[in-house]
Design a protein around this ligand. Structure first.
Ligand SMILES: Cc1ncc(COP(=O)(O)O)c(C=O)c1O
Length: 400
């Protein structure tokens, strides 16, 4: 039996060729059905434990789908003014939580119009902005750095790495916090994980307890941040629920989580086509009309290999290097094996393309941005937005 969370299970009864025929590539298609399936898992955790789960907008901000997710989430998590505004505008009855590495004087008042929870990254920022936020009845937290790395990947995704600028270490907390500042707080936030399972969360919680437990017991909420790969098929939900229970029992706090990937995993496709094929000595090359650098930059930055429809199956033994048409040598999406040679015009459908894609696209090399669609549960495709030359030009200079 196929894993129900196979990134291409959606195409079991109807092929993507049938669903996407005639639509100009490249384009993103957000999978409404998968979002609902993921949402039900997220809702189940909240119902069983009483925790609250927020959608991290930095990961997924396609607001036309917020109503689809609305029954399953408690609110949104924003990284600053624009995301906070988007969360409030599009889901006005849900909580808006904001964390920023540092807030600006000229934005803070407006952020306060949208935020319910506001989290500061340093004692300086708490001292500067906390009293005003408190006066307006906001729930105030600080982000701590437990200094406990559980990640194996590069430091770029590890907020506990040496010289990290994210979160207050116990050393600074104890040196700089005083009763007056502490009285502004109602919670503590930490974010240390990236695409991880709940065993790493569990280990982190024990460290947080050792270092900050005595402070947490005096507060009302704790936020476990993001990086929990909750809807992944091997994710241990039971252990996550025990972690939530541990925090509630041990610290007597409300618990928040703010995953992005863990809500929208496998819920989107980047549909592209082959523009050219040729050989470099013995190696097959295919140029697609999508670009890793412009349309899925995390493929290069992270790096990771997105799943590709009908590639790397048991009967596939012809390997192609697939890359975009830009000038960047590293604009390579990956090496994939196919059962037959590729032809110009063949579909290349990348999976797991809802997360950190549309929020990160760019027009380097004058590459057009892919249009964005919803693939509805009944297999119909609805266009949300399209892009053209003006979207490239207006980012660069005077608008007429
Ligand atoms: C503070 C914070 N919260 C939540 C998230 C969401 O993480 P993810 O999409 O990996 O779940 C991030 C990601 O960087 C983050 O920095």
């Amino acid at each position: 039996m196929r894993d129900l969370r196979d990134p291409f299970i959606r195409f079991k009864d109807k092929t993507p060729e049938e669903m996407f025929k005639g639509v100009k590539t490249p384009f993103f298609a957000m999978d409404e059905k998968r979002l609902i399936e993921n949402g039900k898992i997220i809702k189940g955790i909240q119902d069983r434990t009483g925790c609250k789960i927020l959608l991290a907008l930095k990961c997924f901000s396609n607001y036309d789908l917020f109503q689809t997710l609305s029954p399953f989430i408690a609110g949104t998590e924003a990284s600053g003014l624009f995301e906070a505004r988007l969360g409030k505008e599009e889901l006005p009855n849900k909580e808006v939580h904001v964390f920023s590495g540092a807030y600006r004087d000229d934005e803070f008042d407006e952020i306060l119009q949208y935020a319910d929870h506001i989290v500061f990254n340093s004692i300086n920022q708490l001292r500067k902005f906390g009293p005003k936020a408190k006066l307006l009845g906001k729930k105030i937290g600080v982000r701590i750095n437990p200094e406990y790395s559980t990640q194996k990947g590069p430091d770029i995704y590890d907020p506990c790495s040496k010289k990290s600028r994210l979160g207050i270490t116990i050393d600074s907390f104890e040196k700089e916090m005083n009763d007056e500042l502490f009285s502004l707080l109602s919670g503590i936030h930490f974010h240390t994980l990236c695409q991880q399972n709940s065993d790493d969360l569990e280990k982190t919680l024990y460290v947080v307890n050792d270092k900050f437990g005595k402070y947490l017991r005096k507060l009302k909420w704790v936020n476990f941040g993001g990086g929990h790969h909750i809807v992944r098929s091997d994710y241990d939900i039971n252990r996550l629920e025990n972690c939530i229970k541990y925090a509630k029992d041990n610290w007597n706090t409300e618990v928040y989580l703010e995953p992005g990937e863990g809500i929208v995993l496998n819920a989107g496709y980047l549909v592209s086509k082959v523009l050219d094929t040729f050989k470099n000595h013995d190696d097959y090359i295919a140029i697609s009309d999508s670009s890793a650098a412009c349309h899925m930059p995390d493929v290069i930055e992270m790096p990771y290999l997105p799943p590709l429809y009908m590639a790397d199956l048991d009967d596939c033994n012809i390997e192609y290097r697939i890359g975009g048409p830009t000038c960047l040598s590293g604009d390579v999406t990956g090496d994939y094996k196919f059962s037959k040679e590729l032809n110009v015009g063949d579909y290349l459908i990348f999976g797991d393309m809802a997360l950190y894609t549309t929020v990160k696209t760019n027009t380097f090399n004058g590459m057009p941005l892919p249009d964005i669609y919803i693939l509805h549960s009944d297999d119909t495709l609805e266009k949300l937005t399209n892009f053209g030359y003006m979207d490239f030009k207006y980012r660069l200079g005077k608008t007429k």
